[in-house]
Every structure is written in C-alpha cells, then in structure tokens.
Design a protein around this ligand. Structure first.
Ligand code: HEC
Length: 139
C-alpha cells in the first residue's frame, strides 16, 4: 500500500514537472514569436509588388489624391521641394519605399514629408506604381 502510494506520488511529480517544462517552453517560444512579429511589421516588412495594371493605376490615383505631387515630381510634373520620384526604384528597395510612405520620420527625423494613415494595401499599390516609374532622361 505504501509502495503504491509512493508510485502514485512519483507519477504525479513527473507529470507536474513535465507540465511546468512545457509551459516554460510555450512561454519562451511565444515570446520569440511575438518579437518576430514586431520585426515583421517594422523593419523586415515585406511588400508584395503588384504588376496588375489596376493596382498600378490605383497607386497613381492615391498619390494624386494625397497631394504627393505638391512636393514630388514625376516626368517633370509636380513640386520641386522633394526629390523627383523618377527612378526611385533604382535607388531604394520596395521595402524602403514603403517605409518612407509608412513612416517618413522613422527614416529621416524632422523631414518635411508628412505621415499618411495609409493601409498596407494602399502602400503596396503606391509602391507598385513607383516600381513602374523609370529614371527621367532629359537629353
Ligand atoms: C510636404 C512635402 C511632401 C509630401 C506631400 C510628400 N513627400 Fe515624400 N518626401 C518629401 C521630402 C522632403 C523627401 C526627402 C526626404 C528628406 O530629405 O527629408 C521625401 C521622400 C520621399 C521618398 C524617398 C525618395 C528618395 O528618393 O529617397 C518617397 C518614396 C516619397 N517621399 C514618397 C511620397 C509619397 C508616395 C507621397 C504621397 C503619399 C509623398 N512622398 C508626399 C516631401 C514630401
């Protein structure tokens, strides 16, 4: 009887420690997962560049409505206080361009470029449009 009680207690202790170990694993695994998630939305943000003409057209329309061209120009039309966006695709990766649009101040604190409340989908459309805009050859 005492022997079997001891066995029951041993089994209980083993099960309990296993449960504690599993919880700790889940805790740390969960933590590293969530850290990964944060990175994903900030620096390691991946943009899906669309080649669908409708998305590209939407990107252009969003830029017109958002007054991007009061500062930037494309093909000579637009403002001059910001760099021309002709050929920005050769200077920056789609991720960098989207980061500029998402949060200009995080790249250049104090920049004149405003932060827009765009959705990721809108940003992806703008980036898809900018990926079609080549360098301007003026000669
Ligand atoms: C008030 C002026 C202003 C508006 C409006 C503006 N920007 Fe900008 N933007 C800037 C300036 C200035 C820079 C250059 C950063 C700097 O030197 O401060 C810049 C930089 C950029 C860059 C990086 C360009 C490069 O060659 O490095 C991109 C891309 C960009 N803007 C896209 C946009 C888009 C898209 C919009 C509209 C949704 C927009 N900007 C609206 C002022 C503006």
């Amino acid at each position: 009887m005492t022997e079997s009680k001891r066995t029951v207690i041993t089994i209980f202790v083993v099960l309990f420690s296993t449960a504690v170990c599993v919880s700790l694993l889940i805790f740390f695994f969960g933590r590293s997962e969530s850290t990964h998630g944060e990175n994903h939305t900030s620096s390691a943000y991946v943009v899906t560049v669309s080649t669908n003409p409708l998305d590209i057209k939407d990107g252009r329309t969003i830029m017109e409505k958002s007054k991007c061209f009061s500062c930037h120009s494309i093909n000579g039309a637009g403002g001059t206080i910001a760099p021309s966006l002709n050929g920005v695709r050769y200077r920056k990766t789609p991720e960098m361009i989207s980061q500029w649009i998402k949060s200009p101040g995080s790249i250049k604190p104090g920049t004149a470029m405003p932060q827009y409340p765009f959705s990721d989908e809108q940003i992806a459309k703008i980036v898809s449009y900018l990926e079609t805009v080549d360098s301007l050859h003026t000669h």
